[in-house]
Design a protein around this ligand. Structure first.
Ligand code: AMP
Length: 171
């Protein structure tokens, strides 16, 4: 058994005081640990007929792409405003101070598509909740959500109640 937690590096006070940043780059440079993570993040969603894997900018892309290949699904990038070249749909959500917006190409998810949402980390849940709304506004079905890390003390799961959520490591 491999201790995946040992591949996550804690960086205190990054990017600002009080934040304990979970740095996943030690995991990325270990081919064995990364392969194991992709296998475990994919496992609960095999045989679910996933059509699209949606990755959230930017670290989500690193996990969504190999998971999509494992599942034989397409990959959909969800990005910050102004990054995607074609026509987009967007969703704006509230942060502690102010708002944030995420976008996706309007033809990325088709009505009835079964979508798996992937990100590196669940914190307050605002980002992934917005991603669920984007998928649903395109007529897609959020079939699952897969994270590497969950900061359980922030209770992000309450925002995505009712969806099948899987996280490999809890802090
Ligand atoms: P949230 O919307 O609060 O759930 O934030 C989730 C997004 O912010 C994810 O895309 C994470 O990559 C990033 N994030 C939030 N908090 C942290 C943290 N402590 N360490 C690393 N990434 C974080």
């Amino acid at each position: 058994m491999i201790n995946l937690e040992s591949f996550i590096r804690n960086i205190p006070d990054f990017p600002k005081p009080g934040i304990q940043f979970k740095d996943i780059t030690p995991l990325l440079i270990s081919p064995f640990a990364f392969r194991e993570v992709i296998s475990q993040m994919t496992k609960p969603f095999r045989s679910q007929g996933i059509d699209k894997v949606l990755g959230i900018e930017a670290r989500g892309f690193l996990f969504a792409s190999p998971i999509a290949m494992e599942l034989g699904a397409g990959i959909v990038p969800v990005r910050k405003p102004g990054k995607l070249p074609f026509e987009t749909i967007s969703h704006t959500y509230t942060l502690e101070y102010g708002t944030d917006t995420i976008e996706m190409h309007k033809d990325a998810v088709s009505p009835g598509d079964k979508v798996l949402i992937v990100d590196d980390l669940l914190a307050t849940g605002g980002t992934v909740e917005a991603a669920c709304k984007l998928v649903e506004s395109a007529g897609g079905v959020v079939t699952g959500i897969s994270f590497l890390v969950e900061l359980a003390f922030l209770n992000g799961r309450t925002k995505i109640d009712g969806y099948p959520v899987h996280a490999l490591i809890q802090f």
